[in-house]
Design a protein around this ligand. Structure first.
Ligand SMILES: [Ca+2]
Ligand SMILES: [Ca+2]
Length: 297
């Protein structure tokens, strides 16, 4: 049995194209609810929503929207009926920074209103990145559904400087409104993965000095990223057990960014204690600081 066929609708005691009521007639409650759902689906850009709306609104048997009849409201998609030509997009400027060799960044685009003719948006990269696809095209049938482009840094093996690049965006269409639109350049920030990664502590030795048994003390040191590229710190480790550390360093440090390590000590035994703090990068191990403390009495 075909959906909405005379055979099916006869069984349901409805006319072809008639939408059923959920509660007692004469309410047209089903179309009233369905209309809101479909209008919302179009405006948020669900795939196939324009087709669903068109089928709904062009049924030959429509609810009576007049006077005191039910439903006494009609909600339609703003984008289909009222919106002007425009480009909608996910977060653009600034594009989060990228690192050569990484995945890159994606941006979604859609149109604000249905065009009369197809609308193409082309992206022109510079020589540091690739963009796929290089262009996207929208029609009246899918203007509202986001299409994504992926911006990927090209990966070479030579050390390069930090790069701030530009992507040009070109709109072309035979639609009068969309052909007049322009779109801002996209800007990106790119770090290289071939430059040396280099961290350093603010000091190489902490000498806690002479101590009395039972006394406590603490020192703050900073860990800095001195390289021209972000460095991911896997962990901060302590080699001795007499000291404790607290820190917020297990993260990606941008160039010139620092994080803080708090080193504390509680003396319980007479004698000398030594320890080292080790910063572990993703691939390299660096050991940079040692600590000394003497408990006298
Ligand atoms: Ca590389
Ligand atoms: Ca490179």
């Amino acid at each position: 049995m075909t959906c909405n066929s005379p055979e099916m609708m006869t069984i349901l005691n409805l006319s072809v194209d008639e939408m059923p009521t959920i509660y007692e007639p004469p309410t047209d409650d089903y179309p009233a609810r369905m209309q809101i759902a479909l209008a919302s689906a179009v405006d948020v850009g669900i795939t196939g929503s324009v087709q669903a709306w068109e089928r709904f609104i062009h049924r030959n048997f429509q609810p009576d929207y007049s006077s005191d009849a039910r439903p006494n409201f009609a909600i339609v998609p703003y984008s289909l009926y009222y919106a002007r030509a425009g480009i909608l997009h996910t977060s653009l400027n600034p594009i989060p920074f990228m690192i050569e060799g990484d995945m890159g960044y994606s941006i979604g685009f859609s149109l604000q209103s249905p065009p009369d003719q197809p609308v193409s948006i082309a992206f022109v990269p510079d020589d540091q990145i690739a963009i796929t696809p290089a262009s996207i095209t929208f029609t009246a049938a899918d203007f509202n559904v986001k299409q994504f482009i992926q911006i990927s840094p090209l990966n070479d093996t030579s050390p390069e400087n930090f790069d701030q690049g530009t992507i040009q965006v070109e709109i072309s269409s035979d639609d009068a409104s969309y052909s007049n639109l322009t779109f801002q350049d996209l800007h990106y920030n790119l770090y290289d993965d071939d430059v040396l990664q280099n961290l350093s502590f603010s000091q190489t030795i902490i000498d806690f000095g002479d101590f009395q048994k039972g006394a406590a003390d603490s020192h703050n040191i900073t860990l800095s990223n001195n390289s021209q590229t972000p460095v991911s710190i896997q962990s901060i480790m302590l080699s001795g057990t007499a000291f404790t550390i607290n820190h917020d360093c297990t993260k990606q440090l941008l160039p010139d960014e620092t994080c803080l390590i708090d080193v504390s000590y509680l003396s319980t035994e007479i004698g000398q204690n030594e320890a080292s703090i080790i910063a572990l990068m993703m691939v390299t191990i660096i050991i940079l600081i040692s600590m000394l403390l003497i408990v006298l009495f």
